[in-house]
Design a protein around this ligand. Structure first.
Ligand code: F6P
Length: 328
């Protein structure tokens, strides 16, 4: 153990994700286990700049493992993007006696942490939590599994109406830059077509596929569209284009929105969050810094924060083939 680590700070930042509470709980209890003090920073980097910091002990995190969202609250903070903002944050950490910071969030959170660490040489450890599963170096991010299940459950319900009325439903799911939610939920819910930001096949291909599917005897269809799809049309414009070209379709649009981020975390996300929370405190006490703890082949691994943000493309091309084959 590093003798100089007496207190660890923890915060959640960016979009909330189910399982963030379980990760905070694991961090706080791991600190208690190792007899290191722990402080919770409320509202992410914004709260750090505003000195919204409270000491936490093992009992502070009771009854939160099953709750969605984050009891520390979260924010997207533009002030932390300025050097002045980060200096205030550093002073507040020092005044609170915090020796290392565990940041729970996605790529925006990690980008902030990386800059902060390089400016102040202050140990920062990331825990990946975002429903998008778009962080490299980890097989899964906290919240992704829960969100996928939420989306599949919602599309299953939409399918009941689609098939009862012989309708075509366009369903928009989250994912500004990553199609993981769309591709996996689309396969899981038996979508006919899946549009994702990593590919741009154009609307013509979609129209062709819909023409074929009517001919093949399909009476209703679901198309799953990631919000960051690159067709250049929003989902309502797309519905209009399809209607203009294929007048025999009765079309409806459904935007799932933030229901995808809420709700009680799945058991998978709770266990993942617990492993990564414990792993993050282990990493701090082992003197590691500037890393993210991720999961690979079910084991906790350390990955440079820089690689986590800018790393390899996670788009699974084999899954696209599975989607194409199973939707004929
Ligand atoms: O990054 C997670 C995410 O849910 C994205 O999928 C989505 O594009 C974005 O956050 C929405 O952010 P906000 O809640 O700030 O509108």
């Amino acid at each position: 153990m590093q003798a100089q680590i007496k207190k660890i700070g923890v915060l959640t930042s960016g979009g909330d994700a189910p399982g963030m509470n379980a990760a905070i709980r694991a961090v706080v209890r791991s600190c208690a286990y190792h007899q290191v003090a722990c402080a919770g920073i409320f509202r992410g980097y914004q709260g750090l700049i505003e000195n919204d910091i409270e000491d936490l002990d093992a009992r502070s995190v009771r009854n939160i493992i099953s709750r969605g969202g984050t009891f520390l609250k979260s924010a997207r903070c533009s002030e932390f993007m300025t050097k002045e903002g980060r200096k205030i944050a550093f002073d507040n950490l020092k005044n609170a006696g915090i020796d290392a910071l565990i940041i729970i969030g996605g790529d925006g959170t990690f980008t902030g942490g990386l800059v902060f660490e390089s400016e102040f040489n202050f140990p920062v450890i990331g825990i990946p939590a975002t429903i998008d599963n778009d962080i490299s170096g980890t097989d899964f991010t906290i919240g992704y599994d829960t969100a996928l299940n939420t989306v599949v459950e919602a599309i299953d319900k939409i399918r009941d109406t689609a098939s009862s009325h012989n309708r075509l439903f366009l369903v928009e799911v989250m994912g500004r830059d990553a199609g993981a939610i769309a591709l996996n939920s689309g396969i899981g819910a038996g979508a006919e077509e899946i549009l994702i930001p990593e590919e741009s096949d154009g609307i013509e291909r979609l129209l062709e596929s819909l023409r074929k599917s009517r001919k093949s005897g399909k009476t209703s269809s679901i198309i799953v569209i990631a919000e960051g799809d690159k067709s250049g049309k929003n989902i309502f414009e797309m519905a209009e284009i399809i209607q203009e070209n294929l007048s025999n379709y009765d079309i409806r649009v459904s935007v799932l929105g933030h229901i995808q981020r809420g709700g009680s975390p799945s058991c998978f996300d709770r266990v993942l969050a617990s492993k990564l929370g414990v792993g993050a405190v282990d990493a701090v006490l082992d003197g590691k810094h500037n890393i993210m703890v991720g999961i690979h082949h079910q084991k906790v691994v350390s990955v440079a924060l820089e690689l986590a943000i800018k790393g390899e493309d996670k788009f699974d091309r084999d899954l696209r083939r599975v989607a194409d084959i199973t939707s004929v």
